[in-house]
Design a protein around this ligand. Structure first.
Ligand code: GH3
Ligand code: MG
Ligand code: MG
Ligand code: MG
Length: 305
């Protein structure tokens, strides 16, 4: 079984301080325990940083625990935090209400320490496994960059944001020049090392908050640069190309350039372009890819937009 993360954080929300003290003792080995005695206090704590799990008493002084749970589940920033309801209510129909509010489980009062510990551990371990799975599904194995799936999701999100907020958006495609020759000369393992070095150099050049770098596939990389106009895009492209030049990776003897280089193409959507027509993610990618094709046709090792 997968264990919970050792630094898991559990928030206990209960107005009965003896329950909080008891739970703190039972859960002390799991990680950090925070507590709140009212819903208001709980929301303040959650806003500071979402916990990994919430143990939530139904009978709170200000609002019902079920209402708190429903509120957490309706909010984007908190809906993924698992909530276990603590209750002394054994009326029929209550179980249904607990799950309808979005809780993952419930524990009956009087609390049995072993049961609380077991259920908490199970849900934390599930959370840890889920997080690992999501990360795995979004990461390129070879380079550690985001993968194509992750790129598609982010592009859709940033495309909508750019339309909503009228801010520019740049998408950049980068392709290693004559990489087939590199592989043929040095072999695939050295080719892989080369792709890793280029990824690292690329990631180092995309440090602005919101910048996003992915391995698009094969020897192609793609960037999403929200809030970046044409001038900024050119600067990023030239910086990355320069960093890759500085790696001084000798290319195959039959390649046209002495060192490994990148061709880069980009598409910048300004407010005006976004207003003129509906841009799908595919159309943006196509425009960036056309620019990349132009860079290739222009002799490679250059940038086109
Ligand atoms: P161009 O300048 O026109 O882009 O030429 P190119 O040789 O780079 O383009 P082409 O599409 O003909 O070849 C891409 C090469 O990239 C072929 C493929 O073996 C190599 N490649 C793709 N993915 C990987 C990978 O994960 N590892 C390694 N080592 N090579 C890869
Ligand atoms: Mg209570
Ligand atoms: Mg290619
Ligand atoms: Mg190539």
């Amino acid at each position: 079984m997968i264990n919970s993360h050792p630094s898991s954080e559990v928030l206990i929300i209960d107005d009965d301080s003896s329950v909080i003290l008891g739970l703190k003792k039972v859960l002390s080995d799991i990680g950090r325990i925070k507590f709140a005695t009212s819903a208001e206090q709980a929301f303040e704590i959650i806003q500071e940083g979402p916990p990994d799990l919430i143990l939530l008493d139904v009978g709170l002084p200000d609002v019902s625990g079920l209402e708190v749970c429903a509120r957490l589940k309706s909010c984007e920033g908190t809906k993924k935090i698992p909530v276990i309801i603590i209750t002394s209510n054994s009326e029929s129909g209550f179980e249904e209400e607990v799950f309808a509010a979005g809780a993952v489980d419930y524990i009956s009062k009087p609390l049995k320490p072993a049961v609380v510990l077991a259920r908490t551990k199970i849900h934390l371990a599930y959370q840890t496994a889920l997080r690992a799975l999501v990360e795995l599904a979004h990461t390129d194995e070879l380079t550690g960059l985001e993968n194509r799936r992750s790129f598609d999701e982010r592009l859709e999100c940033e495309r909508k944001r750019a339309i909503r907020e009228g801010t520019p958006l740049t998408v950049m495609m980068m392709d290693v020049d004559e990489f087939k020759k590199y592989n043929d000369h040095y072999g695939h393992l050295k080719g892989d090392d080369c792709l890793k070095s280029i990824s690292l150099a690329t990631a180092r050049c995309c440090q602005r908050p919101g910048d996003f770098a992915a391995r698009f596939g094969g020897e192609e990389f793609a960037l999403i640069l929200p809030g970046t106009g044409a001038e900024g895009a050119q600067s990023v492209a030239e910086t990355i190309r320069e960093h890759v030049h500085q790696l001084l990776l000798p290319h195959a003897p039959n390649a046209s350039h002495t060192f490994v280089s990148l061709s880069v193409g980009s598409c910048t959507l300004t407010k005006e372009l976004l207003e003129r027509k509906e841009w799908s993610g595919l159309a943006i990618l196509q425009a960036a890819d056309n620019a990349l094709y132009e860079a290739k046709a222009n002799g490679r090792d250059c940038y086109r937009s």
